[in-house]
Design a protein around this ligand. Structure first.
Ligand code: UGA
Length: 434
């Protein structure tokens, strides 16, 4: 099938490459010329396992092209909308300007009706509003909403082997064409669920708010453990043993970040208020508040542990990415904490195996190293802020010889406490008094 993908961020670039991999002819469109040039060379603009290979294969097979010329969109009969919907600058709601620009662009570029499949995360009601705009501007376009559930760092895997495919549409022919598009994935056993527009739009945000709420619950539990001399690791073992709760996505730390969960929680509550059902949204305001509190709590604890009353404390920060396996620092709690420590007078040196270039662009005023041991040189405190395997496997005996004081705060529950204590470290972690 001839398809277009509009917007080539994490979602769009991955989706375009995966559709080409499934055998479709794909044109990826973006207004960002540099991005288009890079993708057209078969290079991924971000670090994502297997994506470079898929892009190279797609481009060299001729099935995958990238362009910034809207005229090329006219050749496709199915258009995937994959543009970003960040938080608005002036409110908690989602900024839909890129969505509407893409819709207008399609209406202008396209000679006849086609199928628009929305994948962007949008406030409920957007798909119906798009269908209405098409009806008044260009006649009968079909619209379907097919939200994406991929995680950064697993984008290709999640796209080709999704736990579920959701398609919201009132059109039988749109449903049939989307099933046909995803046939190889369905043959592989993926579950597909058909809904109306609103439920499909909500399904995406609902997944993220449930995940976010779960993390704010465990982060609150961790705080109580710290105050009550309990240990959250034991608590997690007990909670995770209950099949109704499950053990994944239950690790406390410095709060959730990234480009999705924080803004989706806020946009969901905002949209509910617009719909007149804001009364129970206090719950999600609290999820957000508890989440952001993890950052200030970590900063306070770090200052308390770094000691050094006579000089500005030196703090080695291990991790800047919002999570391991990603070079993304958008709304990264790790970088925010490092920045606050610096702004409040600490001498911070940051190590991250992948995210240093991106972090440097966002916070050029901070100091970075390419090597974890260098970051630890003469430090009063080693602070672990991203759960990188590279950080978990550091040798505490080697680092003990580099620091001024062997004190570590594992804010991500990633280090082996016994190993660090045996190497002479004063060990502290999230969710434990020590
Ligand atoms: C999230 C969702 O997991 C995806 O399903 C969704 O498609 C995506 O948002 C999106 O809306 O596009 P992602 O932002 O890549 O994916 O990251 P997650 O792996 O969900 O992590 C989010 C944050 O929660 C990170 O800061 C991570 O460190 C934190 N986290 C996650 C924890 O603190 N503890 C955990 O146990 C899990």
């Amino acid at each position: 099938m001839d398809v277009s993908v509009i917007g080539t961020g994490y979602l769009g670039a991955t989706h375009a490459a995966c559709l080409a991999h499934l055998g479709h002819t794909v044109v990826g469109f973006d207004v960002d010329r540099d991005r288009v040039r890079q993708l057209a060379n078969g290079e991924s603009p971000f670090s994502e396992p297997d994506l470079d290979e898929l892009l190279r294969d797609g481009v060299s097979s001729g099935r995958l092209r990238f362009t910034d010329s809207p005229e090329l969109l006219a050749g496709a009969s199915v258009h995937f909308l994959c543009v970003g919907t960040p938080q608005r600058a002036d409110s908690a709601g989602a900024d839909l300007s890129a969505v509407w620009s893409a819709v207008d662009l399609l209406a202008e570029a396209h000679a006849g009706p086609a199928l628009l499949v929305g994948k962007s995360t949008v406030p409920v009601g957007t798909a119906a509003a798009i269908a209405k705009r098409f009806a008044s501007q260009v006649g009968a376009w079909e619209v379907a909403w097919n939200p994406e559930f991929l995680r950064e760092g697993h984008a290709v895997e999640d796209s080709l082997h999704p736990s579920r495919i959701v398609v919201g549409t009132d059109s039988e022919s749109a449903w049939q064409r989307i099933c046909e598009l995803y046939q190889p994935i369905l043959d592989d056993g993926a579950r597909i669920i058909r809904t109306d527009f609103a439920s499909a739009e909500l399904a995406k945000v609902a997944s993220n708010v449930v995940l976010a709420a779960r993390l704010s619950v465990v982060n609150s539990l961790a705080e109580v453990c710290e105050a009550a001399a309990g240990n959250v690791r034991d608590l997690l073992e007990v909670l995770g043993s209950d099949d109704r709760i499950g053990s994944v996505y239950l690790t406390p730390g410095i709060g959730f970040g990234g480009s999705c969960l924080p803004k989706d929680v806020r946009a969901f509550a905002e949209r509910a208020r617009e719909l007149g059902v804001g009364e129970s949204m206090g719950l999600f305001d609290e999820v957000d508040r508890v989440n952001l509190r993890q950052r200030s709590r970590t900063v306070e604890r770090a200052f308390a542990l770094a000691g050094s009353p006579d000089r500005a404390p030196r703090i080695a920060v291990l991790g800047a990415a919002f999570k391991a396996g990603s070079d993304d620092v958008r709304d990264s709690p790790a970088l925010a904490i490092a920045g606050s420590l610096h702004d409040r007078g600490a001498r911070v040196r940051i190590y991250d195996p992948k995210a240093v270039p991106a972090a440097r662009r966002l916070r050029p005023d901070l100091s970075y190293t390419e090597d974890a041991a260098d970051a630890c040189e003469d430090a009063d405190l080693v602070l672990v802020l991203t759960e990188w395997p590279e950080v978990a496997s550091l040798d505490p005996r080697v680092l003990a010889n580099r620091v001024a004081r062997p004190v570590v705060l594992d804010a991500r529950l990633v280090l082996d406490a016994d190993r660090w204590r045996d190497a002479g470290w004063e060990f502290h972690s999230v969710g434990a008094a020590h």
